[in-house]
Ligand binder design. Structure first.
Ligand code: HEM
Length: 166
């Protein structure tokens, strides 16, 4: 738990001001009219930079970036991601619950051959995604706070990968 703006949560490393930056940006990203578009933009960015990510989706295997962009199932994972992120943002102050939620996502992805390497890709594209979707409303603190939050996912996933190997 956090005590003041400068205190880091011991489990997530996020300070109070960083949690607020994530929540403020999320209230814009998750507006009902933008939700699907925001999620789709994140994954189009991911697929453009890392085409091997396309191959992890059975329904997209062998498709070009252009084909995936038009695929009727393209928004489905994007929306699943948005709902999962919403559950994390809702529980930033409850690190124990947050970590449990992230573990569920980690396990379901590891089973599909998606691991910390692929989740790290998301941390790389998130700053540009925030710039693109939030435009003038985007701040440097929002970008660094999201990277920190997503690095929690990467860390939890790495831990789960070790457990799977053990
Ligand atoms: C912020 C990061 C991400 C979140 C929160 C997330 C969340 C989710 C959720 C909630 C689901 C559906 C339910 C489940 O099986 O857990 C899902 C499915 C899936 N995710 Fe992710 N995901 C993320 C990143 C990725 C990345 C980086 C990849 C691949 C490079 C990926 C590949 C997949 C695949 C292949 C499925 C199954 C899709 C299907 O069969 O329809 N995910 N994801």
């Amino acid at each position: 738990m956090t005590e003041n703006n400068n205190t880091k949560d011991p489990d997530t490393g996020l300070k109070e001001e960083e949690m607020i930056a994530v929540e403020d940006s999320w209230s814009m990203l998750y507006r009902k009219e933008h939700r699907k578009e925001s999620g789709v933009k994140l994954f189009v960015r991911l697929f453009a930079l890392y085409s091997s990510a396309i191959e992890t989706f059975p329904q997209f295997r062998g498709s070009s970036l252009e084909e995936v962009g038009k695929h009727p199932k393209n928004p489905a994972h994007a929306m699943s991601v948005m709902y999962a992120l919403a559950s994390y943002v809702d529980n930033l102050e409850d690190a124990e619950l947050l970590v449990e939620l992230v573990k569920k996502t980690s396990i379901s992805h590891i089973e599909r051959g998606v691991g910390s390497r692929e989740f790290k890709w998301v941390t790389e594209i998130v700053p540009d995604w925030l710039d693109e979707t939030l435009e003038d409303e985007c701040t440097a603190l929002m970008k660094s706070s999201w990277v920190k939050l997503l690095n929690v996912l990467v860390a939890v996933m790495s831990g789960e990968e070790q457990n799977t190997k053990a």
